[in-house]
Design a protein around this ligand. Structure first.
Ligand SMILES: Nc1nc2c(c(=O)[nH]1)N[C@H]1C(S)=C(S)[C@@H](COP(=O)(O)O)O[C@H]1N2
Ligand SMILES: [Mo]
Length: 410
């Protein structure tokens, strides 16, 4: 009986070790791909690779279900094996909570269309929070379990014992080498992850994005005069001020413009092509709208008060010819493009915006002028818009060429 129990214990132990190793590798892959996906820097560098990476991340997330299910068949045994080891039991609870939370929020983000923006937004917050807490936890967990640290522990124990044999009254050292290394690793991780965690908490709690928008305004690299004067509905914003925060997305360095190098053109298949400089652009009549802004990656900013020129009015001004089928949009970054069908472009909330919540659009948010297409995911809302060309054919925009869905309806 005792022999059999022993065999079972060892057998389960080997299986558990196997599951643990598999899970470790999958989590490592998920962490690496996830961090790359979240990083602004890698957006432009990866291009099409980013969409592939997203699929690798999703696939790895789904594969991670396998070791979890296998583990569930052994969890009872494992739990009993860990009798008298509360920290190891605690570790199991933490890791399972992390994995379940990542999985659930990940599935929602994967199925963002089914889930809708509100649920996707909550899932993204959960996914981020779990990452900023869970990743340092898991790194700590794996580092403190490497053979090197364990041996450091053993060495410390051995020296303590031999010390004791030589000098029976020798006091216990306050710190073993192992404890020291653990503390050092913990401190290192706190330094590495602390700032981004705090930043994240600050951003998430500060749901009124006023101070964040102020920072963006201070960061404005554009030098365009005169500043657009807000209409009464913009200042104070009729929408009450935006809720949520923008993640600054760009596939190029943020461009900067002055009165000398900024212009706005509508051309192609039109009767009256035109190019305006900034003074002409800001002297045109504008309107105000309140609308939500949704990115496919899960975040949204609600109740933005945008002020600008409806795209429809610009098209009418230029006189669209009957052969024109597509509105091709160019960014002043020289790289990003997008397109809308004429029907889409004529929706009454599609706007070339120059103010957000009563402030001139800063360069980070696509200023001096960006497109807003509230009914579509924000990859249609091209930043630094400076040219609109009417064409007879079709055009695939930057992200659509790299694997995003042509159907951008929210
Ligand atoms: N020129 C340009 N426009 C762009 C992008 C970009 O990378 N370059 N990213 C798009 C995407 S995917 C989103 S979600 C929004 C983000 O807008 P924000 O950076 O103002 O938050 O801009 C869209 N317009
Ligand atoms: Mo996006």
């Amino acid at each position: 009986m005792a022999k059999w129990l022993d065999w079972m214990r060892r057998h389960a132990g080997r299986k558990l070790a196997g599951i643990h190793a598999w899970n470790g590798w999958i989590v490592l892959l998920l962490a690496a791909t996830g961090l790359l996906l979240a990083s602004g820097f890698w957006r432009g560098v990866l291009g099409e690779g980013r969409v592939w990476l997203k699929w690798v991340h999703i696939a790895a997330g789904l594969v991670s279900v396998a070791p979890i299910i296998l583990y569930m068949t052994l969890i009872g045994k494992h739990w009993r094996l860990l009798k008298g080891r509360p920290w190891q039991r605690f570790n199991i609870v933490v890791v399972l909570t992390l994995l379940a939370g990542w999985l659930l929020s990940g599935v929602i983000l994967w199925q963002f269309r089914l889930a809708g923006p509100a649920l996707s937004n909550a899932a993204l917050v959960a996914h981020d929070l779990l990452t900023w807490i869970g990743l340092p936890y898991i790194i700590y967990h794996s580092l403190t379990r490497t053979r090197w640290i364990k041996q450091a522990g053993r060495r410390a124990v051995i020296t303590e014992r031999s010390e004791e044999r030589l000098h029976p009254a020798a006091p216990q050292p306050l710190y073993t080498r192992r404890a020291f290394l653990r503390t050092a690793i913990g401190a290192g991780l706190a330094v590495a992850f602390g700032p981004s965690l705090l930043q994240w908490v600050g951003r998430s709690l500060g749901s009124t994005s006023g101070s964040a928008l102020e920072r963006l305004a201070e960061n404005d690299k554009n030098r365009l005069l005169p500043a657009p004067q807000p209409l009464a509905d913009s200042s104070p914003p009729v929408g009450g001020g935006a809720q949520g925060h923008f993640r600054i997305y760009t596939v190029t360095p943020i461009p900067a413009f002055t009165n000398n190098d900024w212009s706005f053109t509508v051309d192609g298949l039109v009767d009256r092509p035109f190019t305006w400089n900034w003074e002409e652009f800001v002297s045109r009549k504008r309107t105000v709208q309140v609308s939500d802004f949704h990115c496919v990656t899960g975040w949204s900013v609600y109740r933005n008060t945008w002020e600008g020129i409806p795209l429809r009015e610009l098209l009418d001004l230029a006189g669209v010819r009957p052969e024109a089928k597509t509105v091709k949009l160019y960014s002043g970054d020289g790289v990003y493009t997008e397109s809308l069908t004429l029907d889409q472009a004529r929706m009454d909330d599609v706007m070339v915006a120059v103010l957000h919540d009563g402030r001139p659009l800063p360069s980070d948010l696509g200023g001096p002028a960006r497109l807003i297409v509230p009914k579509m995911y924000a990859y249609k809302s091209i930043k630094w818009l400076n040219r609109i060309e009417l064409i007879a054919g079709d055009h695939d925009g930057y992200w659509i060429e790299r694997g995003y869905s042509k159907d951008a309806w929210v």
